[in-house]
Design a protein around this ligand. Sequence first.
Ligand SMILES: *Cc1c(COP(=O)(O)O)cnc(C)c1O
Length: 353
Amino acid sequence: MTRPSKAIIDLAALRANYLWGRSQQAGKAFAVVKANAYGHGAVACATALADIADGFAVAFCAEAVELRDAGITNPILVLEGCFDVDEFQLAQKLSLWVAIHQECQIRDLEHANLPADSVHVWLKVDSGMHRAGFALEQVKPAHERLTKVSAVASITLMSHFSCSDEPDKPTTLDQIEAFEKATRGIPGARSLSNSGAVLAWPQATRDWARLGILLYGADPLPQPAGKLTPVMTLQSTVFAERWLEPGEPIGYGARFVTNTKTRVGLVALGYADGYPRQVPSGTPVAVDGALTTIIGRVSMDMITIDLTPLPQAGIGSKVEFWGKQIDVNVIAQAAGTISYELLCNVKRVPKEY
Ligand SMILES: *Cc1c(COP(=O)(O)O)cnc(C)c1O
């Protein structure tokens, strides 16, 4: 038998999450499938969504090429836009929609010699996140300059929120206000909301939402709405077990020491598969549907779990690390990170759809 560890991807849940997320706001919605669809497999996820998604969004052109090569014909927005003139030519050939977030991209587009009205551009406004985008006072000049580029077929205005998953902070409202002020009087469609904004900030609704983490069923809010279904189940089975006497250490660093007679289950999955090494003993896992905990350090290829409270479990028992029983947000919190990073980091395990 081969190693039983795998990531099971529930494409029906993905579709349901997309449709629910889109229905929560008035606009159309991109399914954001950058970073290999947050670790879920970009081609498989985009194919599963192709008949219902208004469009897809990726970070850079190579990710869009992968989707076009797989036969995806929906609109694809490239969120970081093009890195040089050649990429603008590629983007135009593949009918990609491109973000423009800085002056040199306008310059490259002006020099790309593309056919008239052949590129849809998304002008990115820095409404306060201060990562990518045109500063507020540069938005109107940038827009005006783009209207003079003959290749430009349309200009949509977009911005991104820094704190949309924090419903108690006023930052999102400040960003909406800054965006409105900088773009007043400019015609064209708008796009502001990511998942957090769709879930917590109805004021941000515009023509297009950009749904990322919510598609994958990981609610980014502190108080989840409970409407999303986890798409990925990271699972394996117990493949060895042993009894330890009280006072015996387990694993690297001898960090966990038993205080009673303990039955330890061994699972063939580790940080090389993307499960975070940082989680402490006591982090939950589900074994045949019942909760128990990790004990000892997560190693590269193995994890030790406490089977003492589950006498009926043993070799062959199914172990879920996250999925429908264990919320990936709980594991992320235990590891000091966010669900996004854990999901993106899943590797080595085969995916089963
Ligand atoms: C990644 C990304 C999104 C999706 O964000 P989620 O929080 O996962 O919904 C939306 N917009 C931009 C610009 C992004 O980079």
